[in-house]
Structure formats: C-alpha cells, structure tokens
Design a protein. Structure first.
Lengths: 348, 348
C-alpha cells in the first residue's frame, strides 16, 4: 500500500472511530479495544481481495483504498464488546457488512451516473458501467463468503435480510427519482430500507453470536435503525451545508442526481415559485447559475428547514441512545450511547 | 397467470425435463417424481416473488414468466432423487439456483446491451439499466434468503462459491469481449466459471444434505462441470446453427454482442482474410450484409469447426456420464447418465 493510501485509510479510521464516540480523546478503553479490531477487519477485507484475478483485485482495492468511515464495522465491533463477546465472529461480520456497504455504493454510482465519490473518480467513471456492475456483484458474493466462514445461520439471516431490504430501498428510491412530490413518510421509508437496515444489522448481529445475548437483539436492532436514520438525515444536511472539500464530492450532489433530500422535502411547501423552479431545475439535471447553491441554502435556512432536519436527526439520536439504556454498563456501552449525538455534529 | 404465460411455462418445463433425459416418453418413473417437484420449485419462486413491492413483483414475475428451461433445478432435483434423499431441501435449493441463474441473466443483458431474450424484450430494454441492475441484486439476495431458510451451511457454501465463480467468469469474459485472439484455454476457463460452476453446484448440493451422501459429492461435482461445459458448447453451436424462432433471440447474438463463440475460435486460424474480416466486423458490432450469416455458417462448416465443437461437447458429455458411473443405480441415476448426450442433440 502506498504512503498516501495508508494515510487516507488512517484518517478514515480515526474519523470513523471519532464519529462513533465524539472524539478519539474521549474513547479511552474503547479505543484501545476497538481500534485493533477494526484493523483486523481491514486485514480480512484485504486478504479476501487478494484471492482473485488481478483485474478484480485492482478494482476492489481501489474501492477500499478510498477508505470509508468504517462506521458500520465500528458499530458492530463495539456492540460485540458491549455484550462481553470474546470470539472473532464480530471481525468477520464487520468485514462482511463493510463489503456489502461498498458493493451497494459501487452499484449506486452506476445507477446515479456519479463520477466522483470520496474525492476520487468512481469505479464506473474509471472502468465503465459493465465492469462496475460485475464488481458490485463480486463484492456482494465475497461478503457472503466471509459471513459463511463463520457458520452461524442466525447471523447470516440478519445480514441477508438487511441486504434484501437495502435493495428494496434502492428500488423505491429509484421510483422517486427526479420527483418533487416526495413525502416525509416516503423519505423515512426509503432511508430506513436503504440506510438504517444495514446499521441495524451491524448493531444487532453480535446479539446472535451467543444464546445468552438474545434478549439484547431487539434493543440493539432499534438502536441501529435510529442511528442509521440519524446518519442519513445528517448526510442529507451535509449535502446542502458542507464544502466540496469536506464531502469529497460536489455540493448538492444528491439533488443533482435527482434525489430530493430532506431539507428540500421540508422546505418545499413554503418556497416561492421561483425557488421551487430552481430546485426542480437542479433535480432534473439542468444547468443553474453558480450562485444558485448559495441562494438555495439561504432559502432552506430562512424557512427553518435545516434546523427542522437537524431536530429530526437529534430525535432519532436520542431514540437510539434510549433503546440501549438497559445494555450492561461499560466503556463500549457508553461509547455506543454517546455515538448518535456525536453523529449529529459530524461535518464529513 | 395468463393462459399464454402458463403455456410458455408448460412448454419450458417439458423442454427442461425433456432435455434432461432425451424425451419425456423415456422418462418413466423419473418424470413422475421430478415433474411435481419442479412445479414445487416454481411454487417457491412465485411465493417469494409475491412478498415484495408491486414494481419488483411485476418485473421479477416478467423474468420468470418467460420460463427458462429449468435445467439446473431439474438436475438438482434428479440428483437428490438419485441419492435417495427424502426431505425438501432439494426444492428450496433448486429454487435458489434458478433465481441466481436468472439474476445473472438479468445483469448479463445489461452488460451486453441485449434487447431480446427468450423471444421477449429484456428487462433492461423494458425498464432501463438502472432498475435492472437493482432487480438483479434483488434476485441474488432473495435467492440467498431462500437458501438460508434451509439452515444448511455446507450447501450454502457450495452455492455461494459457485455464485462467486460465476461473477469471476463474467468479469473474465468482459475482458475478452470484442477480441479475436481468444484461445481455447481461455474459452474453456470462462465457460467453466460462467456456466459450469452453477451446474456443478446444482448437481453436487444434494450430496451436502446428509453425511451419508458425502462420498458422492466430488463425482457429482465433476458431473455438473462436464455437463455445464457440454451445455455451453452446444449453446455456442446453436448461436450459429439454430433459427431465430427456436432460439428466441437473433442468430449470431453472442458474436454480435462481442463474444467470440467456440466454432469461430476453432475455425479462425483456418479462415481466409476476408472471412476473418467479416467475423471481426460482426464482433465489433458493425453492419454486415444479410447474406453474411449464411456465408459464415458455411465457412465454419467447411473448416470442420462445427463438427469439432460438437465432438468436444460429446467428449464432455461422456466424461459427465462416466463421473457418476458408481452412483447407486435407479431411474434417476439412469436419467442423469443419459442427460449429457441428450443435451448434445438439443435444438433450443
């Protein structure tokens, strides 16, 4: 791995763990436990990427070198720790969850015709749609192979059901593409399926590792669902408020790709006709003047849509924390309880 | 289901069982056992298609209504019968294998920009690439759900590994697209990965159902691999020799989609320059005169490439039959032994 790639991964890892608990400094004992396990997760992913043909290796390594935030693996590993789990299944399932997440991003970029993600060319921009569809398929099936290594049917069922829901969410989202009339209910349903179900799988899978953990399954699943919704809402906010440099992709990317984000859904009934027309123009992929993003941001701010969205994110963050109020106390449980509100304040 | 669709399925089912044994008349006791089980396989598939959103239901039903030959399910069910298996896992895994096969076809058509398959518009031609990529993902994950219902890790591993190999074969095939310099070795490797591995999964999965069947696993896997290669070679021959009506897609479809089929690989070193140029023109998607298919067919015939390909198919058919020489004798085992040579003579 080149120095730059190692540095990107290092930063991504710190950010992921940071996002999980507010800051690395506050992690204490959890960081000492979670960090080396996340490195083992990366080790499993890279070992599996190495065992295939050179062209798949190159492309799959490209996908992982960009370094996601490893948020889902961090949640899974921290949950396993909070439950007092002592085996290694958490590492394998964390790797499988991250690979499924990556497979979805890869297919998403094909579907959205996206050219930039995490500050780099998307695989479809680099290798074309045909190869990238197959690359996504390969990542999906390899994720299943990793999960199967463990031999736990119950864990596999949770993972597989979440993957199925994600696909259903993507299909529902596609049906709402380039539409101005997306309701809050539709938005929440798509976000639950597309985003929250995989977070819920990450948080609840460790509860399937031992029969003694079974009572924690539903609370942990609720935790992951609310955490995932919170994450998606903040993602929508960042698409409006963050800088291109922080996002690693152009501002208003979601809107430009035809996806009406939460702030717009909330503001739309209150916008002036010319403002709605600008939103529609961006949504339909039309050309807009360079000042339009600033004006739209101001319009959302002025109608209180950003604050309303942040309020909704905070509400889900609180519900996530409350869902695991009865988890046995300890460093990992405290970190998991602190994570949702820390996510609300993330800026990447 | 409409009358026409029911009729298409009926024909497909007869053809599939027919292909497995040469003719329905020769099936006897096997037909009586296999046929109702294949109807149960279709029942499971349709039940699973029903449990999702209307737009997925519609598209997935469209994919299955076209009615494949159900050859892989027939192999799986017949193998289970030959082993004396008495449970229901064969029905579930046969449904999963057929769904994975369909998912691959769906993604293949996106990749090949194919517009017609089995005499009808492809899903991508009907609903666009974006939705069709997700439809394939959905079919893949739903297949895994069906297989997971069974709870047998060993069977799942065989299925998952085959799916992975298929994807690797697709990627290798993509790398060879529109190339004239494909070697016989490359052709056989792609065919093994893309086609034969799923046949091998279908034939060997029943051997994972009970520990007593374990000794039959490798012979049955070898059977499926040779059967799959035989199937692929005949598929390549039919692309050259069959009528559009029989194929349900235009003649030379494979070649037009940039895939050098076996007869051309065998004939190419012996073709005249103007003949090679015509092959290259078709391979690169260029316009050719309406008489070109007839002339190319004649050139292949003349160089003995069709007979050579048929000879190779027969050799794999024989190896398939020999691989299961020691399978306990009975109607199903006899049908499985007769199937490969019957496949060589199929005309659809």
């Amino acid at each position: 791995m080149s120095g730059r790639v190692a540095q990107v991964r290092e930063t991504a890892l710190n950010r992921g763990i940071g996002a999980l608990t507010g800051s690395l400094a506050g992690l204490g004992e959890v960081a000492r436990e979670v960090r080396p396990r996340l490195e083992q997760v990366d080790g499993i992913i890279h070992a599996h990427l190495g065992a295939t043909s050179p062209c798949i290796q190159e492309a799959a390594a490209y996908v992982f070198e960009a370094g996601g935030k490893r948020l889902r693996p961090a949640v899974l590993v921290a949950t396993a720790q909070a439950l007092g789990y002592r085996g290694d299944a958490d590492i394998r399932f964390a790797a499988a969850v991250e690979m499924i997440h990556s497979a979805t991003l890869v297919h998403d970029d094909v579907i959205d015709h996206a050219t930039v993600r995490r500050g780099r060319k998307t695989p479809n921009a680099r290798w074309g749609n045909q190869f990238t569809v197959l690359l996504g398929d390969w990542l999906f099936t390899r994720a299943m192979e990793i999960a199967l290594d463990d031999g736990n049917i119950l864990s596999l069922k949770v993972l597989s059901a979440a993957t199925q829901r994600m696909t259903e969410g993507e299909i529902m989202a596609l049906g709402l593409q380039r539409r101005l009339d997306v309701s809050l209910e539709q938005y929440l349903e798509v976000s639950r399926l597309k985003t929250a179900e995989l977070f819920a799988a990450a948080s609840s899978i460790p509860a399937t590792f031992e029969p003694a953990f079974a009572a924690c399954f539903e609370p942990l699943q609720a935790y992951g669902r609310h955490l995932g919704l919170c994450f998606q809402i903040i993602d929508d906010l960042l698409d409006v408020t963050a800088s291109e440099e922080r996002l690693g992709k152009p501002v208003f990317s979601d809107l430009r790709e035809g996806r009406l984000t939460l702030p717009f859904i909330l503001a739309l009934p209150h916008l002036a006709t010319h403002e709605r027309e600008t939103v529609e123009a961006v949504l339909l992929g039309g050309e807009i003047d360079s000042d339009a993003p600033r004006r739209l941001r101001h319009a959302l701010e002025h109608r209180g849509a950003l604050e309303q969205a942040r309020h909704l994110a905070r509400s889900h963050a609180r519900q996530a924390t409350e869902a695991i109020a009865n988890l046995p106390d300890g460093g990992a449980a405290r970190a998991l309880r602190a994570a949702p509100l820390a996510l609300v304040d993330r800026d990447f």
